[in-house]
Ligand binder design. Structure first.
Ligand code: SF4
Ligand code: SF4
Length: 125
C-alpha cells in the first residue's frame, strides 16, 4: 500500500510503520486525548460499561470537555487504553483525534516535530 497523503500537508504517512513502533503516538509526554460526548458513549458501549462509571474510570474532565486518562509513569505517560505489545484496546471506538493522526492541523507547520514523534511520517520533497 502506498503511503497516505492529504491535500495541504507536506508529508506522507506509511501506516505499516505502526506494526513496529510500539505505539509511540499513544504514549510519551502527558497531554490531552480529546473525546466528544458521543465518543465517550461509544467507548463505554464497546467496553459494556455504563456511562457514569466509564467516565469516572477512564476520563478526566478538562473544563467542559473529556480527555482520556493516561497512566503516569516515571518516564512515560501511556493512554489508559494502550495495552503493552497489543496496542489500542478500544481501536474500533477510538476518538477522532486518534483516527486522524498524523494529519492534524497542528502539524501542518510542525513537520519536524511530527517526524521526531512518528516513524511513519516522511516529509515530502
Ligand atoms: S507513532 Fe506513527 S507509526 Fe507509531 S503507531 Fe503512531 S501513527 Fe503509527
Ligand atoms: S485511545 Fe487508543 S489510539 Fe487513542 S491514544 Fe489511546 S490507545 Fe492510542
Amino acid at each position: 500500500m502506498a503511503p497516505l497523503t492529504k491535500p495541504g500537508f507536506d508529508f506522507c504517512f506509511d501506516p505499516r510503520a505502526c506494526e513496529t513502533c510500539n505505539s509511540l503516538c499513544c504514549r510519551g509526554e502527558p497531554g490531552n486525548i480529546w473525546a466528544t460526548r458521543q465518543e465517550v458513549q461509544a467507548i463505554c458501549d464497546l467496553l459494556k460499561i455504563n456511562l457514569i462509571d466509564g467516565i469516572e474510570r477512564y476520563f478526566r474532565r478538562v473544563g467542559n470537555r473529556f480527555s482520556i486518562r493516561e497512566i503516569v509513569l516515571d518516564d512515560d505517560c501511556p493512554c489508559v487504553f494502550l495495552l503493552p505489545e497489543k496496542g489500542c484496546s478500544i481501536y474500533g471506538a477510538r476518538p477522532s483525534q486518534c483516527r486522524t493522526f498524523p494529519f492534524w492541523k497542528y502539524f501542518k507547520t510542525r513537520v519536524n516535530e511530527l517526524c521526531d514523534e512518528c516513524p511513519g511520517v516522511t516529509r515530502l520533497p
